[in-house]
Ligand binder design. Structure first.
Ligand code: NAD
Length: 300
């Protein structure tokens, strides 16, 4: 039987509409600062979508597009200023950063109360200890899709392909926190199919088109495809959708699956941080320019 298609686009639209209505009722606006360093084309697209979504729901945003030559010190200075900026409640540094900048140092410099992506050491620690606070947006979007479709996690065998700090590990921890029995597979895993065939819930985040084929999936399994790959000019995930969708019980498409949820979770996290920090809820007005070679900045 054909799988139920998990419609991330529609779920994300509902979340955006809810946030827009909630923001409209506020006396002052939540603010998000997004920082992009370098010329990674995919990162540019993601940051632009995030900014447009802020505009759509009435969240104030500042976008800092910095050249590849930006030094670690300059980026740390910018984060320091944003940490103090009362109009900004959430700071996002788009990954990956150029090689000469330590991602670890940058993430640790973001004030805990503005850590919208949940990548700071403290928030990762909370996630590991089962006391989730700000959690990374893509993993949060995966869990939200399961919840929206009333897919039980407790007691299920969940297999995650990918162990990156931004997707694989946090999604595995979130599944574990919800009482799944979790297996994490990665590029050194031998006999991947042996593990995936055991999955009631299979989350794939490897960045490898057609990595998961129908023979690797249990009949009726829930398959969440996080992968985004461009093949012959088309966006595809990591799962062979054609064949797997005939065997799985539920499946996310690419595009219109997890992708829109990541952005929806980002604005939800921004609103959450705003609500948790009333002292920073000042009304928005014109903001000063940074002296760090910022070449584009938008406000709404
Ligand atoms: P990454 O490159 O940092 O990590 C990939 C992981 O996959 C690694 O842990 C690696 O060990 C594992 N892997 C690679 N090849 C494998 C194989 N053959 N078998 C088993 N494991 C293998 O990537 P990432 O940042 O975690 O992103 C993963 C994918 O998700 C990418 O396609 C990325 O574009 C996409 N992504 C999508 C969203 C979204 O919003 N939908 C957000 C972030 C990332």
């Amino acid at each position: 039987m054909a799988a139920v298609i998990i419609d991330g686009k529609t779920v994300a639209e509902k979340i955006r509409a809810r946030i827009k209505a909630e923001v409209a009722k506020l006396k002052s606006k939540p603010g998000l600062a997004a920082i992009l360093v370098g010329e990674n084309p995919a990162s540019k697209v993601y940051v632009d979508i995030k900014r447009k979504t802020c505009d759509e729901v009435g969240i104030y945003s500042e976008l800092y597009k910095l050249p590849d030559s930006t030094t670690e010190k300059e980026l740390l200075q910018l984060i320091g200023k944003l940490n103090e900026n009362k109009k900004i409640h959430a700071i996002l540094v788009q990954m990956p950063l150029p090689k000469h900048i330590s991602e670890e140092k940058i993430l640790a410099a973001i004030a805990l109360e503005k850590d919208v992506d949940g990548f700071s050491p403290e928030n990762i620690g909370k996630l590991v200890s089962g006391k989730e606070a700000s959690v990374p947006c893509t993993p949060k979007g995966v869990i939200r899709l399961l919840e929206e479709y009333k897919i039980e996690i407790l007691g299920k065998n969940a297999v995650v392909i990918g162990r990156s700090n931004i997707v694989g590990k946090p999604v595995a921890l979130m599944l574990l926190n919800r009482d799944a029995t979790v297996t994490v597979c990665h590029s050194k895993t031998t006999d991947l199919a042996k593990h995936t065939r055991n999955a009631d819930i299979l989350v794939v985040a490897a960045g490898k088109p057609k990595l998961v084929t129908a023979d690797m999936v249990k009949e009726g399994a829930v398959v969440i495809d996080v992968g985004i790959n461009r093949v012959d000019g088309k966006l595809v995930g990591d799962v062979d959708f054609e064949t797997v969708s005939r065997k799985a019980g539920y499946i996310t498409p690419v595009p219109k699956g997890v992708g829109p949820m990541t952005v929806a979770m980002l604005i939800e996290n921004t609103l959450d941080l705003f609500r948790k920090n009333p002292s920073r809820q000042l009304s928005t007005g014109p903001s000063r320019n940074s002296d760090l070679g910022v070449n584009q900045k938008t406000e709404n």
